[in-house]
Design a protein around this ligand. Structure first.
Ligand code: SIN
Length: 343
């Protein structure tokens, strides 16, 4: 049998894997007065027990234990909640008898949380995030099947060692690569350039590729309570350096710039960022384009300016990596570029 495929299990229920479901809120836990209204609703108000009870088929896939960790719209995720979530996931995975973790989350910042966990979870057991674009009360809600598929992946033997994943719309994405690309469709996520890790459908889990960059047990990062202050600025026509100068005055440790094209930066903003480097601020050059690679020393001379290239990470994920790297004691453009080239 191909080792990257697993099929539906018909095991007796007491031999099924045990999967912990951590709920954090999001549209998957959203509720609307009108079932036909898919944009006017409140996210994060339906409890995890109700979400699970909408999916009776879960009982033939796994033994599920549920926890309501938070009930937030993911636009409001805080650094404190990130710390609590990562610590809880690590504690659960270190527990004998827990075979994997599923996290229900809002779609809006899912790619950031997923990448954070990908770099800080210390286990090879599967961690799978899922979400929904339509509230739980909606006609054709997408949450229940996404939840079933996420638990199916987390319960699958072939999902071990793949890093943190996202199961969404029948696809399995790596946390490193996934980005939200639609404001409203149920096919809201892509992994630009590299594609999905695999698929999950009707209980069958199939992996197509592996993530080559180090993750989980192979990173130098641990989750703590202290988060270096890192912010994001954008470059655009007519941009000024006001935001950059204000951030330096506020004492930030790092700035990620969402540049144009291949990470090019308006001359005025670029001068502000060069001055920020002179004040000891780490500056990472990313792109607002949404896919592709920011080439080191391409659209700006990183060597001369003291910048770091974000490579294939979008600005939001680059911020996550920069915060973790600074918290781990990495300093200076040479060391930080090694971090960005590695992860
Ligand atoms: C959220 O991110 O919490 C709201 C939007 C969504 O889940 O689709």
């Amino acid at each position: 049998m191909n080792s990257s495929i697993s099929f539906p299990s018909h095991a007796a229920s007491d031999t099924l894997p045990c999967i912990a479901v951590l709920a954090t809120g999001g549209t998957i836990a959203g509720s609307a007065a009108d079932p036909a209204n898919t944009s006017g609703y409140q996210a994060g108000v339906v409890g995890v027990e109700r979400l699970l009870s909408a999916v009776p088929a879960l009982s033939s896939v796994a033994r599920v234990q549920a926890e309501q960790l938070a009930s937030v719209d993911s636009k409001d995720i805080s650094l404190a909640l990130w710390s609590a979530l990562a610590q809880r996931v690590n504690t659960l995975l270190a527990t004998d008898g827990i075979d994997g973790v599923v996290i229900t989350h809002g779609t809006d910042t899912l790619e950031e949380t997923a990448y954070l966990l990908h770099l800080t979870v210390k286990s090879t057991k599967p961690v799978v995030l899922t979400a929904a674009m339509r509230p739980s009360t909606s006609l054709s809600a997408d949450g229940p099947l996404n939840l079933l598929n996420a638990v199916t992946v987390a319960a699958s033997a072939v999902a071990h060692g793949q890093g943190v994943m996202v199961a969404f719309n029948n696809r399995i994405h790596s946390a490193r690569d996934i980005v939200k690309t639609s404001t409203y469709t149920v096919n809201a996520f892509e992994s630009p350039e590299v594609g999905v890790l695999g698929w999950v459908q009707d209980g069958r889990v199939e992996f197509q590729r592996k993530v080559l960059r180090p993750h989980t047990v192979d990173t130098e990062f641990v989750i703590g309570a202290n988060w270096p202050h890192v912010e994001i600025v954008a470059s655009y026509a007519g941009a000024s350096r006001i935001a950059v100068d204000a951030l330096v005055t506020a004492g930030v440790r790092g700035i990620v710039v969402a540049g144009t094209g291949n990470g090019s930066i308006h001359t005025t903003v670029q001068q502000g960022l060069a001055d920020a480097v002179a004040h000891g601020v780490a500056v990472v050059r990313g792109s607002r384009v949404g896919s592709g690679h920011v080439m080191r020393n391409g659209a700006a001379s990183d060597d001369a300016l003291g910048f770091i290239s974000a490579g294939t990470l979008n600005p939001y994920k680059a911020r996550v990596l920069l915060m973790l790297a600074l918290a781990a004691g990495a300093a200076g453009p040479v060391v930080l570029q090694r971090v960005f080239d590695t992860y």
